[in-house]
Design a protein around this ligand. Structure first.
Ligand SMILES: C[n+]1cn([C@@H]2O[C@H](COP(=O)(O)OP(=O)(O)O)[C@@H](O)[C@H]2O)c2nc(N)[nH]c(=O)c21
Ligand SMILES: [Mg+2]
Length: 330
């Protein structure tokens, strides 16, 4: 156990000390406020699985930022864009949009409300480009399947544990939902407790017709877009939340949940580590530098699970049934 603490609650039997969690003591694991992290972890452990929910980004959060064989993993939009049957000018036009709008997306000076307008324009125009031609989703499955082994190490085990503990998992992506679901299905992690909220292709009269509503762009990628929907009903009383992402904006994915919630944000930092460190440390509670595994979320879940097993040794987990249907209406 850790050093003697003066605080009464920290003297409690079963209180978890951060120094006793090896995964949080690794060199590449940084925390701005370890005491806050410790406090939240103890809230999670005491509250048990029935109060937990997970909100995760997809691209480069569930998929790896760097693979062992050096093969670059495409984004969910990238998987779609690489389909060979798309019309000749599609790739060219979509790249033009990327070169116009991506600099705006990452512009450090433009105020967010102004950016939002541009992002809506970008997603709308991409949707228009993906319209008016036939497209076989089997081709997308085939493309996505090539990257089913590009998930972070331990993703399988993490998702299995989340399913067993009936913890709802929301995968939030401003990318293309069809690629996300296809890849997750082919990797066998699309369990019934997993819900993907993203942009899904729409078909009309056998032809592609852009994306289904509502549009999910990087600035509305948070729980406010779920309000009033079925998933919201399922999770709004689950006030212990782990948020995982690789982009700074991902830290806000739980915006919209009650203010009294306990939120632990885990950020996977890979690009421009030095330049980004301060911002990531301010946005996320735990920053993992070039960590291509799920070991930290797995370790946190194991602590919650162990305490839960101690309370319910005979397997009665006492959790409510939380069977979120993938892709059901919001
Ligand atoms: C509309 N549109 C948006 N994006 C990018 O898709 C990303 C989706 O955002 P995200 O869901 O936060 O995914 P991430 O994990 O990749 O950060 C945004 O950051 C945009 O840069 C896009 N990328 C491509 N290739 N094509 C597109 O049409 C397109
Ligand atoms: Mg991402």
């Amino acid at each position: 156990m850790g050093v003697t603490e003066s605080n009464e609650s920290q003297d409690r039997v079963g209180y978890v000390h951060i120094q006793d969690i090896p995964q949080l003591n690794q060199e590449h694991c940084r925390m701005r406020d370890p005491q806050r992290v410790e406090r939240i972890i103890n809230e999670f452990v005491c509250g048990g699985p029935e109060r937990m929910q997970i909100v995760s980004d997809f691209d480069y959060t569930i998929t790896k930022q760097r693979t062992d064989d050096g093969v670059a993993v495409p984004s969910s939009f990238g998987i779609f864009n690489s389909c060979k049957s798309l019309p000749d000018n599609f790739k060219e036009e979509i790249d033009k949009l990327f070169h116009k709008y991506h600099p705006i997306e990452i512009d450090p000076h433009m105020p967010i409300p102004e950016k939002v307008q541009y992002m809506i324009e970008w997603w709308t125009q991409s949707g228009k480009l993906a319209s008016g031609f036939a497209f076989d989703l089997a081709e997308l499955d085939q493309m996505a399947g090539q990257f089913r082994h590009a998930l972070r190490d331990g993703t399988h085990e993490l998702f299995q544990a989340l399913q067993r503990l009936r913890i709802p998992v929301l995968v939030f992506s401003a990318g293309l939902g069809n690629s996300v679901v296809s890849l997750m299905q082919q990797a066998n992690i699309m369990h019934p407790n997993v819900k993907v909220v993203s942009n899904f292709l729409r078909f009309r009269d056998g032809l592609l017709d852009g994306f289904q509503e509502p549009m999910i762009h990087i600035f509305n990628k948070n729980e406010t877009v779920l309000e009033g929907g079925e998933y919201y009903e399922l999770v709004h009383t689950r006030d212990h939340i782990i948020v995982m992402g690789d982009s700074l904006g991902d830290a806000d994915m739980a915006a919209g949940v009650p203010a009294s919630s306990h939120i632990l944000r885990i950020g996977f930092l890979f690009h421009h580590v030095e330049a980004n460190m301060e911002k990531y440390m301010n946005a996320f509670d735990i920053v993992l530098v070039d960590d291509q595994t799920m070991s930290v979320p797995q370790a946190l879940l194991a602590l919650i699970d162990n305490r839960h097993q101690m309370r319910h040794p005979h397997g009665s987990n006492g959790t409510a049934s939380v069977q979120a249907q993938p892709n059901s209406a919001l």
